[in-house]
Design a protein around this ligand. Sequence first.
Ligand code: MSP
Length: 553
Amino acid sequence: MPKTFFITTAIDYTNSPPHIGHAYEKVLADVIARYQRLKGDNVFFLTGVDQHGQKVQQSAAKAGVPPAEFVKEVTHKFVDLWKKLDVNYDGWAETTNELHKKVVQGILQSLFDAGQIYKDKQAGYYSVRQEQFLTDKERGPDGEFGPEWGQIEFREEENYYFKLSQHKEWLLRYLDSRQDAVIPDFRQRELRNAVEKLSGDLCISRPKSRLDWGIELPFDKNFVNYVWFDALTNYISFAGYDSAIHDYERQPSQFFERWPALQIIGKDILVPAHGIYWLIMLHAIGFPDEAMPQLLVHGWWNLGGAKMSKSAGNVVDPFLLIEKYGADALRYYLMSDIGTGQDADFSEERLIERYNANLANSLGNLLNRTLTMVGRYQDGRIAFPEGEWLRSEDEPATESYVRNIISQIKAYKSHMSPESTFSIPFALPLTLGPFVANAAIGNVLGMLDLGNRRVEDAAPWKLAKGSDKDSTTRLNAVLYSLTETLRIVAILLSPILPRAANGIFDQLNWKMELSGKEERFSLADAEWGKLPDGHVVGKPVPLFPRIEIREDV
Ligand code: MSP
């Protein structure tokens, strides 16, 4: 059985509706998943929502509805957004799901039985806003706790703890043995430094008296699990993991075929959540080192240089942008205007600029001009130029054009999915950095530039006037290469802009029987020369109407 490409995202908190940061992460994962499907891989793409916890309980109370009802409503907004944005997942994780709860409880029980979880009493200063005990590390230079902690009170409380620090040496060894455990590499260094400073264990519970919106501890009904054991476990509970089976090798075959995953997360939840808690949790429940997931850490979309946050009132609403510009325009902007792993500043003007320059102009024009010319000069029927035209001495410009296009296709592939170096079948290597969608998009733009320049240089309208054999061969060669370029561009754009790719294929009148289906596109078809002699193309229809800049933008 070939290994399934398993990709996950963080699950979003359901205390407030989605913003552009959530949309970015899910589109990034969707693009990677679609690219793997394009390559012919079996893909399992898991995403979902994080429904428990203090913040949700508080937001629900504020709204005056029970938490279950509150999360249902917010969850619906996330589902709706993914539908609108064509985020095409295979598995959907909701942490209030009964099966998930069972897996979480099973894992907690087995760690408790193995002596990895113990009860202890903690006394100290407690931040009500951040829901955590504070230590001297959190004090400012003046010896006081800063305003970010909100109201501080002295508390004494019994809770359950997971023996996190016991696994510190293992985690350091693991990170040293695998250089691409976390990508990009500077994030792995950041994690390693944090692990070196690790001390103390992880509090995993809250007394029900102050938080009841959570999963009950199987060994003490007066407590609920607090946050991370519940949230992180989704990655395995929704992939078929059976917590009753303690031997990793004996897990159900469905889980075995999927795991380990490539996990997409934002930089804020690498340390300590995923890089420390999650890896140690997996190790503690018996996952071998080869079964550790790979973490792909993306940066943040900021607004005016500042972090987006609901409390600061500076979040960007993805629904509004979709309504104004369409799903493809938003997907395109989110994938092209940020380097994977880096931060970027969100700008609606740049969204419009990029759309107009790249999609309306470069792509839209090439499609429109090509189809118009094939219609006008060849009755809509493209023709193979005579002879061995790729190497034709009659048409050296086409020869070098094709060479340049082929090298852009090659570069696109290496940007989209670098070859694996680690034993995990789909691991991304360090050297090529993280998955770089913006660079792959650059290669597609390069192909479009070549095409548009070819139109200017070859001036098909002049060739069409000549009635000699030479002019006909050249005209055939030029129009064939432009149409073929567009066919390949549609395939390469399909993971990023699925709707537009379908639109291009429709106008090329290509693979019509598969209209709207994912199988319509395959990377194996992104090879020069697959359009047959005599193929009849369709009529041009504007795919990307220009966006006029309005005053209120
Ligand atoms: N529920 C936790 C994650 C649990 S995963 C087992 C959580 N939720 S979140 O809603 O706050 O964030 C979800 C994801 O969105 C995180 O990966 C986070 O980094 C990402 N983003 C939130 N705001 C973002 C930006 N402004 N820009 C890019 N991504 C950001 O954390």
